[in-house]
Ligand binder design. Structure first.
Ligand code: ATP
Length: 236
């Protein structure tokens, strides 16, 4: 009999609640949400506008703190960490990909990808080789020295993904990765992320409204009014 190894838990939310304050009025965004993301997951967070997708991504990535409840990244309860320690978790363990790419405009594609490794103290030659390799994997060979404004939206988004995975994070969190892309560039990006997931085991959790993205996910978590209303895995 073969015993399948249990995939490790990468991120765990335990009754995470977020209530924002807008002009002193409480705005509930997420209500006692519990979930586990496993190593190798490829998850789409879906739900109507305002259902709490970005809020959940921000909490599990340590960009924001829950009002109550707890978030673990691996074995570490990040809820109780101070600002500096939390920034360190984000730098070393989480890869963010923002809708508006957030690339540094004065740096080339290569320098943007190298930057996070520079912050991590990775030595220069290794940084360069790794950034070149990642850009090539994402179909950007030959474009390494272009600045963001010399790249299309789809190419910039792929640089943003290369930058996010350059840090070797335990999880990558793209927030609506295809929102600003035409359908062909969006499909290319999704295929590349899926390949990174299958070949390198990179764990992805992305929020989306895009049916093409949902179709490519292997697990779909549906949020409504700050609650998880469904969590389905699809056969491989
Ligand atoms: N910084 C904030 N201050 C106050 N309220 C906020 C803040 N961020 C989000 N909200 C509110 O929290 C709720 C959940 O927002 P969230 O951005 O997580 O939803 P979403 O599902 O990502 O929406 P979308 O699909 O439109 O991006 C909404 O009611 C939103 O208006």
């Amino acid at each position: 009999m073969t015993i399948m190894p249990t995939p490790s838990i990468i991120v765990r939310a335990d009754k995470a609640t977020k209530v924002y304050q807008r002009d002193s009025i409480p705005v509930p965004a997420l209500h006692e949400t519990s979930l586990e993301i496993l190593a190798g997951d490829f998850v789409a967070l879906v739900g109507p506008s305002g259902s709490g997708k970005t809020t959940l991504l921000n909490l599990i990535g340590g960009l924001d703190r829950p009002t109550s409840g707890r978030i673990w990244v691996g074995e570490q309860d990040i809820t109780s960490l101070g600002r500096k320690a939390l920034a360190e978790v984000r730098l070393r363990r989480i890869g963010f990909v923002f809708q508006e790419y957030n690339l540094v405009p004065v740096l080339s594609a290569l320098e943007n990808v190298e930057y996070v490794m520079l912050l991590q103290g990775v030595e220069e030659a290794l940084r360069r080789t790794e950034a070149m390799r990642l850009l090539a994997t994402l179909g950007l060979a030959g474009m390494e020295h272009r600045r963001p404004n010399e790249l299309s939206g789809g190419q910039q988004q792929r640089v943003a993904v290369a930058r996010a995975i350059a840090a070797k994070p335990v999880i990558v969190l793209p927030d609506e990765p295809t929102a600003n892309l035409d359908s062909q560039s969006g499909a290319t990006l999704m295929d590349l992320m899926r390949r990174l997931n299958e070949e390198q085991g990179t764990t992805f959790v992305f929020s989306t409204h895009d049916p093409m993205v949902v179709e490519r996910a292997r697990r779909v978590i549906r949020l409504r009014d700050g609650h998880i209303e469904a969590d389905e895995r699809r056969p491989a």
